[in-house]
Design a protein around this ligand. Structure first.
Ligand code: 6GU
Length: 239
């Protein structure tokens, strides 16, 4: 997976993603990360890439041509047309299924806007996916791009060490993860649920499934509509 991030703040992307699991995957060559400074395509000596909005109003708008030139320059170096993701609160809200889908791509281009956004005309020309990370407003697309890159990367084969941990966890099947416990067996008078010490694998699995469903009902009931529950589990929920 090769990530290409178009931004006015390349150092933010490079610093934010060179640690921990993602940094290791880049070192191993499973992922690559390139941050392109849109300012390098300004076409003037000052690196100015924004101007006042037509029709008036507050703030500045990022102009079409520098963004267009940066995207075209990237595309010329590729043998196929990549998906170009524009980070915007007006996009489809990012979910785990989308991370799984994006992880199948060879290249992904992230376009980060700032100020009051980017001239609509270049968005119409180059953007394939409009994505938001939730219903609140941020100052730019860099943090959302980093959030998406983190979530997508852990779905790329070889990035996580334990092959299991990419699927058996929160949002697999639209259920939240079951609670986890480690040593000691008793901590401040709180004991680990006995079934986890029983060594009875089937009972452990049954308990975890029930805890997942209970927890989802309590904290994220909205997820249950799309969860894959058995008839018996559905009855348990309505009882
Ligand atoms: Cl993708 N961008 C900005 N600027 N704000 C957001 C967002 C994206 N997603 C939620 N809020």
């Amino acid at each position: 997976m090769n990530y290409h991030v178009l931004t006015l703040f390349p150092e933010m992307i490079l610093q934010g993603l060179n640690t921990s699991i993602i940094g290791r995957a880049i070192e191993k060559g499973i992922l690559s990360l390139e941050a392109v400074n849109i300012r390098d395509y300004a076409g003037n000596r000052y690196g100015k890439v924004d101007d006042y909005p037509y029709g008036g109003g507050a703030g500045m708008v990022m102009q079409a041509e520098p963004v267009y030139a940066a995207v075209k320059d990237l595309e010329e170096r590729m043998s196929h047309k990549p998906r170009v993701i524009y980070l915007t609160p007006q996009g489809r809200v990012f979910r785990q299924e989308m991370a799984v889908d994006f992880a199948k791509e060879e290249d992904l281009v992230f376009l980060c806007g700032h100020y009051e956004g980017i001239d609509e005309r270049v968005l119409e020309e180059v953007v394939t996916d409009y994505v938001s990370i939730g219903d609140y407003v941020l100052t730019g697309g860099e943090l959302p791009a980093m959030v998406m890159i983190d979530a997508i990367s852990r779905m790329v084969p070889g990035v996580l060490s334990n092959g299991e941990s990419g699927t058996i966890e929160s949002f697999h099947d639209n259920l939240l993860e079951y609670p986890q416990y480690s040593r000691p067996e008793v901590w401040r008078d709180k004991a680990v649920p006995p079934v986890l010490l029983s060594g009875h694998h089937a009972n452990v699995e049954k308990w975890r499934r029930e805890e997942s469903i209970k927890r989802t009902l309590e904290r994220r009931p909205d997820l249950l509509e799309d969860a894959n529950l058995t008839e018996k589990e559905k009855k348990f929920l309505t009882s």
